[in-house]
Design a protein around this ligand. Structure first.
Ligand code: NIG
Ligand code: FE
Length: 403
């Protein structure tokens, strides 16, 4: 990107401080060598920058590029049939117990070629990119054999070669028990989850390790075995915790210094203090709450009072959240979870970066950082959560792009 001075904009830096959104109004910023060389009020611009090319942003809003820190967007097939069944009153858990749910996506994923998985995933990625997303996390979890799990992560990594987006990959072999391991959970954990994790780590394919801690998936005791193996390999952990019932997964995650515990609808109020001490991010997933017509709210006020950093994400997956719109998720977070638009934006910038261990590179706009930001055809940052539908992105400014 060309060195330039950008004038006449409002910058929601998302730097934590006194000002809501870290907002700088009547702002000018300078990009040099793809970094933010200066940011401030137009009237304070140092004279030596005035030789650079100038672009008038016509009063537009600027934010950090967005981050979707929890997705399962590489998968085969759809589960529209289960959507129909749920609308007639069959629950998500019941569908899983009948052999549908995650394992039906496993069948479709195992059958799909790498090219098919990639082509389908790119459609979802493009939808996120159109809404200003520059970083996505992608989980495995629909292969459930070593080779199919690794294959999912290799496909995920290829996304970053084909699109201007950073991809982090998460090993989620502990997502469901495949039929071939029925009644043999411990064997599955040793032979697939941990053995595959070692291979994936050796290949440099794994940025974090995750699991589904739930009554019909893996218990906290079983997840602890996985976490111990992850720690021995130096891999950070995170967990699908307390989505449908209280399994004390968030506390386990906290004890293992997890990056994040995700979902958390059934996190007990009495466990929030202990969870908060760990510094893990609470990743809330309003799309799954919405799709499953959940009524149990995560303990949001309590998380706030304990100063837990809250991120939000699409959870893009074919079962519980067939959603590839990060802006819709921001709106849902406000409407369903009573989060403020400022919390929603922090949830897809600063706090999402923390959930992916990327706080040093992404999530806020400040001098000295690499430039990766979005210019929106909007005036105020609350509008990002307010409008539903439409494409308010004007353009992204980042190193990968030529503009
Ligand atoms: O985050 N909870 C587990 N995993 C996904 C659902 C996956 C699926 O239903 O295919 C989730 O909601
Ligand atoms: Fe998920």
């Amino acid at each position: 990107m060309q060195d330039s001075v950008y004038t006449n904009c409002s910058v929601a830096t998302m730097v934590q401080g006194d000002k809501p959104y870290g907002l700088v109004s009547d702002a000018t910023f300078v990009v040099q060598n793809s970094q933010i060389a200066w940011l401030g009020r137009a009237s304070d611009l140092p004279a030596h920058f005035s030789a650079l090319k100038t672009e008038d942003l016509a009063g537009r809003l600027v934010t950090p590029s967005l981050i979707d820190c929890h997705t399962h967007l590489v998968f085969g097939g759809t589960r529209a049939n289960e959507f129909e069944a749920r609308l007639t009153g069959v629950s998500y858990q019941e569908i899983a117990k009948r052999g549908g749910g995650i394992v039906s996506t496993v069948k479709a994923t195992r059958c799909a070629s790498d090219e098919t998985l990639l082509t389908q995933a790119l459609k979802r990625v493009d939808s996120l990119i159109r809404q200003g997303v520059a970083v996505i996390e992608v989980k495995s979890g629909y292969g459930l054999t070593i080779e199919d799990e690794l294959r999912m992560l290799r496909v995920a990594r290829r996304i970053a070669e084909m699109r201007p987006i950073k991809v982090t990959t998460t090993w989620l072999a502990a997502h469901a028990l495949p039929a071939e391991y029925k009644e043999r959970v411990d064997d599955y954990i040793e032979e697939v989850v941990i053995a595959g994790m070692k291979l994936g780590a050796a290949e440099g394919l794994i940025d974090a390790v995750d699991g589904f801690c739930e009554e019909f998936a893996f218990s906290a005791t079983q997840m602890e075995v996985v976490f111990k193996a992850a720690k021995a390999l130096g891999l950070p952990i995170k967990l699908h915790a307390e989505q449908l019932s209280d399994q004390k997964g968030a506390l386990l995650c906290a004890r293992y210094n997890g990056l994040s515990a995700d979902h958390l609808e059934y996190l007990a109020d009495t466990d929030v203090a202990e969870f908060s001490g760990s510094g893990a991010v609470a990743v809330l997933l309003p799309g799954a709450f919405y799709t499953l017509k959940e009524t149990q709210l995560p303990p949001i006020q309590n998380l706030r009072e304990h100063k837990v950093d809250i991120a939000i994400a699409t959870d893009c997956n074919p079962g519980s959240s067939p959603i590839s719109s990060i802006l819709t998720i921001m709106n849902m977070a406000c409407i369903e979870f009573s989060m403020t638009p400022e919390e929603a934006l922090a949830g897809v910038t600063r706090n999402a970066a923390k959930a992916l261990n990327l706080s040093d590179q992404y999530g806020v706009i400040k001098q000295g950082r690499q430039c990766d930001l979005v210019v929106w055809d909007l005036e105020h940052p609350a509008e990002l959560s307010y409008w539903v539908g439409g494409s308010p992105m004007f353009k992204r400014l980042a190193k990968e792009q030529t503009s």
